[in-house]
Design a protein. Structure first.
Length: 254
């Protein structure tokens, strides 16, 4: 009986020794608070509604801000002395009141950039937004979705006002701008930046299209080029190219 007890004690001791060798030491973690706390960075958001539109454009801004503060470290002593950093930084947020742009009405076309900022603990954050304000086209004229007419010159806006009148006088369908940039149009005529458009011509007859171009040229005068452009069918493909017929209108006092 005594020998059995001795054998049992030896076995238990052996198991305990083996466990101490094979098993990792118990985890020992604690929180070490920083004094003083450290501001890591400041985050700012800025939203504007709407982001684009015709003049006059009323815009409203909303903004939030927070400081991200390093306030403590979680320390794992089991990682100490190795290649792994035993410290895991802990962060908290502090809500801030940002300095944001005032709500306003923009009366001039252009691209505008607005910024909101916030500062805390020697750190600064900021956020920016962009607003695109477009010129207002005359009533009674439509624009194809992919036609870029956002920055037409004042002279072209005046020309479009004449377009509406000429089309009305001829009882023509609503004029449609199909392009704001499609290359050269005849000798000495170019699509100058923001000073030319094409108007749909495939919704009227060739004679009506030429009449519209002639009347518009007379109304606009010599500072403008108005060209009725007809596209003959391709004899090889027999494709109907008349769908590309258009009236080119360009401010060209040069």
């Amino acid at each position: 009986m005594k020998n059995r007890h001795s054998w049992l004690c030896q076995t238990v001791f052996f198991v305990l020794v083996l466990a101490s060798i094979l098993l990792p030491p118990p985890a020992y973690c604690y929180i070490e608070y920083l004094n003083p706390e450290v501001v890591d960075h400041v985050e700012v958001t800025l939203v504007v509604e709407p982001t684009s539109g015709p003049v006059p454009l009323s815009v409203k801004f909303t903004s939030t801000a927070k400081a991200v503060i390093h306030y403590a470290d979680e320390v794992d002593e089991n990682e100490g002395g190795g290649s792994v950093d035993p410290r895991e930084p802990l962060y908290k947020d502090k809500e801030l009141t940002p300095k944001k742009p005032d709500d306003q009405t923009i009366k001039d076309p252009g691209t505008y950039t607005f910024t909101a900022t916030a500062k805390y603990g020697g750190k600064e954050g900021k956020a920016t937004v962009t607003v695109v304000v477009k010129k207002t086209l005359p009533e009674g004229i439509d624009v194809k979705d992919d036609a870029n007419v956002d920055n037409l010159s004042d002279e072209m806006i005046e020309a479009l006002e004449q377009v509406v009148e000429v089309w009305d006088d001829n009882n023509a369908p609503t004029p449609v701008i199909t392009s704001g940039n499609d290359g050269e149009h005849g000798e000495g005529s170019l699509h100058y930046e923001d000073e030319a458009v094409d108007l749909r011509g495939n919704n009227v007859s060739d004679e009506e299209m030429q009449q519209l171009a002639d009347d518009l040229q007379e109304a606009l005068g010599d500072d403008y080029d108005v060209i009725a452009e007809f596209f003959p069918d391709d004899p090889d493909t027999e494709q109907d190219e008349s769908l590309n017929d258009h009236i080119h209108v360009e401010y060209d006092p040069r």
